[in-house]
Design a protein around this ligand. Structure first.
Ligand SMILES: [Zn+2]
Length: 341
């Protein structure tokens, strides 16, 4: 029979053990209180950013509307850790599968995007749209081709991808090294010139090409029933845009105006957080118009490239990467406008 045996115990030992027990109880209570406080603080911080559903080192999931998400990548340069996904991607979940806007900058980047999508839904990826010719829009295509997805781009984007595939691959080799493994340039299986309607699981999308913007083949994907615009590299939020390989800032301004004429309620940009037309206008359109007007002032006074570099762009200092990009943007706009004067 097992039972407690009362051993004779001196009174002072009893008091000491009792005190020890009380101290231990106090320490445990304090630890639990601290853990609770920590949980409360974390919860409060998360509540502030309640639209962040899932976050890891590379992509954050933002809910835009029911079944519509933005995967927001880092604003800085492509790196081994971000797998060249320094970009924002769109996800639409339908009854019949997923539409992914932009496949990522590498094979591993595409695989990572898929893993993040699987935190939202287990439905298969059926359609991938490349909104342009920049690496993070399309170099993950092969991964999704293997999953059997349709891949769609404008014919201009595809020409751009074909002509720049080698240079993009060698640049990425320098920037992300081993993270580029398994990446092979695979081009869209379907292309279009101007407009292409798409339908999957009762969700209707329209793809529109308006002209060169950041790259020559940039398109928008428009979801009319929810007034959601996936704008690719036509819209930059949170970080300063770079006058891209299209080198045609005036066309970019025109393309933005055509995009804005749809009066979208939500815009999922190519870089940065999902937002609205007002934010996109402030961060992208007004910056382009600002540069144009400042360069025009310089050219009116027979100024030169050095004057372009001296333009005070400090009101856009809130945009990330402005230190490294602002001067280059002024130079590109100057070079282009110089021909027209
Ligand atoms: Zn981009």
């Amino acid at each position: 029979m097992i039972g407690r045996v009362a051993l004779p115990c001196p009174v002072y030992l009893d008091i000491m053990f009792n005190n020890l027990y009380l101290y231990l109880q106090l320490i445990v209570t304090l630890i639990l209180k601290k853990a609770l406080m920590f949980k409360i603080i974390v919860f409060a911080i998360l509540s502030l950013f309640s639209n962040i559903l899932f976050a890891d080192a590379v992509l954050q999931v933002r809910k835009v509307d029911d079944n519509v998400y933005a995967l927001v990548g880092e604003l800085s340069q492509r790196s081994k850790d971000n797998l060249a996904n320094n970009s924002t991607h769109g996800v639409i979940v339908t009854d019949d599968g997923v539409i992914l806007i932009d496949s990522g900058g590498s094979y591993l980047g595409a695989e990572h995007i898929h893993k993040v999508i699987q935190t939202i839904t287990d439905k298969p990826i059926k359609i991938v749209i490349n909104t342009g010719g920049q690496d993070h829009r399309w170099l993950g295509n092969e991964y999704y081709q293997k999953l059997g997805a349709r891949i769609i781009a404008s014919s201009y984007a595809q020409d751009d991808q074909k002509s720049r595939a080698d240079s993009q691959m060698s640049r990425l080799d320098n920037l992300i090294g081993d993270s580029l493994k398994n990446t092979n340039p695979v081009f869209a299986t379907e292309t279009f010139d101007s407009i292409k309607p798409i339908e999957l699981g009762k969700v209707k999308l329209e793809l529109h090409y308006f002209g060169p913007a950041h790259t020559v083949g940039d398109i928008i994907a428009w979801m009319p029933n929810k007034r959601i615009m996936f704008a690719g590299d036509i819209v930059f939020n949170n970080r300063m845009l770079g006058i891209g390989p299209a080198r045609n800032f005036q066309s970019w301004i025109d393309v933005f105006e055509k995009m804005a004429s749809f009066k979208p309620s939500h815009i999922v940009p190519g870089h940065g957080d999902p937002s609205n037309l007002q934010e996109a206008t402030k961060n992208t359109y007004q910056y382009l118009v600002f540069l144009k007007s400042k360069i025009a002032e310089i050219l009116d006074k027979d100024g030169d490239m050095q004057d372009a570099l001296k333009i005070d762009q400090s009101k856009y200092n809130y945009l990330k990467n402005h230190e490294s990009i602002a001067g280059k943007n002024a130079q590109w706009v100057f070079q282009q406008m110089e021909f027209d004067y």
